[in-house]
Design a protein around this ligand. Structure first.
Ligand code: 13P
Length: 252
């Protein structure tokens, strides 16, 4: 059966000391309040990654990066490879976040290369997709998400796909305080699961964890997670506050 997961995406927030304090606080909390069948992933800035990865000892907690380079190694000043991420002990990486697509011009083809590189290095990929407001208003959101998945993710083998998580993050809901309704989330997650079934078969579809992201917080997490195809959340702002993040995990 597929995993229920809450992943925090810290984005470019918190210095090293603040990040370590939050990670320690969460580790302590989930040591005394075990996550059980659920999983919690902390996707930190690269600077924090090795230390956070090493201090997470509570069962079910792990660390992840927010990006990786598409090349193996070499003269790419300022970049971080999948192998480097793996060597920190972190097991996960977010690929295709809308902020990277928009702010850094990451194309579906580049994301396919990053996904492949991450998987070859034994990382689990949290692959993000989602439409912007105009695309939803133009009623082409299904088409947009299908294209993103077809080109960026569905190029991997079935074995590789078994190490992927999909995160549906409607761009209009990210950091805006406007959350997708539970119906909108369920409708898209159900559609995504159908796409997985068409590409990788029924077992893969049933096993794939599909997270919702976009202004998900303690006050709305339970109603989002109550949907049959919503297997957890990818949390931005609310993952920076210990109590808020713990409540979201609790809602799962
Ligand atoms: P917010 O939860 O801040 O809307 O961000 C969601 C997100 O982008 C997670 O990757």
């Amino acid at each position: 059966m597929r995993k229920k997961i809450v992943a925090g995406n810290w984005k470019m927030n918190m210095n090293l000391y603040e990040g370590l304090e939050l990670a320690r606080g969460l580790n302590d909390h989930f040591t005394t309040n075990p996550v059980g069948d659920r999983e919690v992933i902390l996707c930190t800035p690269f600077i924090h990654l090795a230390m956070v990865s090493n201090l997470l000892t509570a069962p079910g907690l792990s660390a992840g990066a927010q990006n990786c380079n598409d090349h193996k190694s070499g003269a790419y000043t300022g970049e971080i490879s999948a192998a480097m991420i793996k060597s920190t002990g972190a097991g996960n990486v977010i690929i295709g976040h809308s902020e990277r697509r928009t702010c850094y011009g990451e194309t579906d083809e580049l994301l396919a290369a990053k996904t492949g590189e991450a998987l070859r290095n034994g990382l689990r990929v949290i692959f993000c997709c989602g439409e912007v407001l105009e695309e939803r208003q133009g009623n082409i959101h299904f088409e947009v998400v299908k294209r993103q998945l077809d080109r960026g993710l569905f190029v991997v083998s079935a074995e590789e796909f078994s190490r992927c998580i999909i995160a549906y993050e409607p761009v209009w809901a990210i950091g805006t305080g406007v959350t997708a309704t539970p119906e909108q989330a369920q409708e898209m997650h159900c559609y995504i699961r159908r796409l997985v079934r068409d590409r990788y078969g029924n077992d893969a579809a049933l096993d794939t964890t599909i997270l919702y992201g976009g202004s998900c917080k303690a006050s709305n997490a339970a109603e989002l997670f109550a949907n049959p195809d919503v297997d957890g959340g990818l949390i931005g702002g609310a993952s920076l506050v210990k109590e808020e993040f713990c409540s979201i995990v609790n809602a799962l």
